[in-house]
Design a protein around this ligand. Structure first.
Ligand code: DGP
Length: 114
Protein backbone atom coordinates (compact mmCIF):
# COMPACT_ATOMS: atom_id res chain seq x y z
CA UNK A 1 0.00 0.00 0.00
CA UNK A 2 1.36 3.42 -0.97
CA UNK A 3 2.36 5.62 1.96
CA UNK A 4 2.54 2.71 4.41
CA UNK A 5 5.93 2.64 6.16
CA UNK A 6 5.75 -1.09 6.81
CA UNK A 7 4.81 -1.89 3.19
CA UNK A 8 7.91 0.12 2.21
CA UNK A 9 9.99 -1.98 4.62
CA UNK A 10 8.62 -5.14 2.98
CA UNK A 11 9.45 -3.81 -0.51
CA UNK A 12 12.94 -2.76 0.64
CA UNK A 13 12.31 0.94 -0.07
CA UNK A 14 12.93 1.61 3.64
CA UNK A 15 15.83 -0.36 5.16
CA UNK A 16 15.33 -2.49 8.25
CA UNK A 17 17.26 -5.04 10.26
CA UNK A 18 15.60 -8.34 9.46
CA UNK A 19 15.34 -10.94 12.21
CA UNK A 20 13.08 -13.50 10.51
CA UNK A 21 11.11 -13.90 7.29
CA UNK A 22 8.89 -16.49 5.68
CA UNK A 23 6.39 -16.52 2.84
CA UNK A 24 3.79 -14.58 4.83
CA UNK A 25 5.55 -12.44 7.43
CA UNK A 26 8.57 -10.25 8.05
CA UNK A 27 10.18 -9.58 11.45
CA UNK A 28 12.60 -6.70 11.99
CA UNK A 29 14.09 -4.68 14.85
CA UNK A 30 12.01 -1.78 16.14
CA UNK A 31 13.58 1.60 15.34
CA UNK A 32 12.72 2.81 18.85
CA UNK A 33 13.24 -0.18 21.14
CA UNK A 34 11.26 -0.28 24.38
CA UNK A 35 13.13 -3.33 25.74
CA UNK A 36 16.59 -4.88 25.24
CA UNK A 37 14.97 -7.11 22.61
CA UNK A 38 12.20 -5.45 20.58
CA UNK A 39 11.17 -7.00 17.29
CA UNK A 40 8.18 -6.07 15.12
CA UNK A 41 6.35 -8.79 13.19
CA UNK A 42 4.13 -7.90 10.26
CA UNK A 43 2.10 -9.73 7.64
CA UNK A 44 3.44 -9.10 4.15
CA UNK A 45 -0.08 -8.36 2.95
CA UNK A 46 -1.40 -5.02 4.19
CA UNK A 47 -4.20 -5.06 6.74
CA UNK A 48 -4.69 -2.12 9.06
CA UNK A 49 -4.94 -3.69 12.50
CA UNK A 50 -6.34 -6.54 14.58
CA UNK A 51 -9.77 -5.25 13.54
CA UNK A 52 -9.04 -6.64 10.07
CA UNK A 53 -7.46 -9.89 11.23
CA UNK A 54 -10.14 -11.92 9.43
CA UNK A 55 -9.00 -10.40 6.12
CA UNK A 56 -5.85 -12.53 6.44
CA UNK A 57 -5.94 -16.17 5.42
CA UNK A 58 -5.57 -18.80 8.13
CA UNK A 59 -2.07 -19.49 6.83
CA UNK A 60 -1.15 -15.84 7.29
CA UNK A 61 -2.74 -15.73 10.74
CA UNK A 62 -0.87 -18.80 11.90
CA UNK A 63 2.37 -17.57 10.35
CA UNK A 64 2.21 -14.46 12.55
CA UNK A 65 1.89 -16.51 15.75
CA UNK A 66 4.54 -18.93 14.60
CA UNK A 67 6.87 -16.02 13.85
CA UNK A 68 6.41 -14.57 17.35
CA UNK A 69 7.60 -17.85 18.88
CA UNK A 70 10.37 -18.25 16.31
CA UNK A 71 11.68 -14.74 16.94
CA UNK A 72 11.77 -15.40 20.69
CA UNK A 73 13.84 -18.51 20.03
CA UNK A 74 16.16 -16.77 17.57
CA UNK A 75 16.69 -13.89 20.01
CA UNK A 76 17.38 -16.30 22.89
CA UNK A 77 14.55 -15.00 25.08
CA UNK A 78 12.15 -17.95 24.83
CA UNK A 79 13.25 -19.38 28.20
CA UNK A 80 13.76 -16.10 30.07
CA UNK A 81 10.40 -14.73 28.96
CA UNK A 82 8.89 -12.25 26.57
CA UNK A 83 5.71 -10.33 25.80
CA UNK A 84 3.70 -10.20 22.57
CA UNK A 85 1.67 -7.00 22.02
CA UNK A 86 -0.44 -5.63 19.20
CA UNK A 87 -1.65 -2.06 19.59
CA UNK A 88 -4.99 -1.48 17.86
CA UNK A 89 -6.48 1.97 17.36
CA UNK A 90 -6.12 5.35 19.06
CA UNK A 91 -6.56 4.33 22.72
CA UNK A 92 -3.72 1.82 22.28
CA UNK A 93 -1.53 4.42 20.51
CA UNK A 94 -1.27 2.45 17.27
CA UNK A 95 1.08 4.68 15.29
CA UNK A 96 1.58 2.59 12.12
CA UNK A 97 -1.62 1.54 10.39
CA UNK A 98 -0.32 -1.84 9.24
CA UNK A 99 -1.06 -4.75 11.58
CA UNK A 100 1.99 -5.58 13.67
CA UNK A 101 2.99 -7.51 16.75
CA UNK A 102 5.74 -6.42 19.12
CA UNK A 103 7.92 -9.11 20.71
CA UNK A 104 9.58 -7.63 23.80
CA UNK A 105 12.06 -9.21 26.19
CA UNK A 106 15.69 -9.53 27.11
CA UNK A 107 15.15 -8.16 30.63
CA UNK A 108 12.51 -7.87 33.33
CA UNK A 109 9.44 -6.20 31.82
CA UNK A 110 7.01 -3.98 33.67
CA UNK A 111 4.25 -5.92 35.42
CA UNK A 112 1.81 -3.31 34.14
CA UNK A 113 0.11 -3.90 30.82
CA UNK A 114 -1.55 -0.48 30.73
P1 DGP B 1 2.81 1.02 17.39
O1 DGP B 1 2.92 2.12 18.38
O2 DGP B 1 2.26 -0.25 18.03
O3 DGP B 1 2.06 1.43 16.13
O4 DGP B 1 4.29 0.65 16.98
C1 DGP B 1 4.89 0.99 15.78
C2 DGP B 1 6.35 0.71 15.94
O5 DGP B 1 6.97 0.77 14.68
C3 DGP B 1 7.09 1.69 16.84
O6 DGP B 1 7.53 1.01 18.00
C4 DGP B 1 8.25 2.19 16.02
C5 DGP B 1 8.28 1.24 14.84
N1 DGP B 1 8.67 1.89 13.60
C6 DGP B 1 8.05 2.94 13.01
N2 DGP B 1 8.67 3.28 11.87
C7 DGP B 1 9.69 2.40 11.73
C8 DGP B 1 10.70 2.23 10.74
O7 DGP B 1 10.79 2.94 9.74
N3 DGP B 1 11.60 1.22 10.94
C9 DGP B 1 11.51 0.40 12.04
N4 DGP B 1 12.44 -0.57 12.14
N5 DGP B 1 10.58 0.52 12.98
C10 DGP B 1 9.68 1.52 12.84
Amino acid sequence: MADCIFCKIISGDIPSTKVYEDEYVLAFRDINPMAPTHVVIIPKRHVQSMNEFENLTEKEQLAILHACKKVAELEGIDQTGYRVVSNCGPDADQSVQHLHFHVLGGGKLSARLA
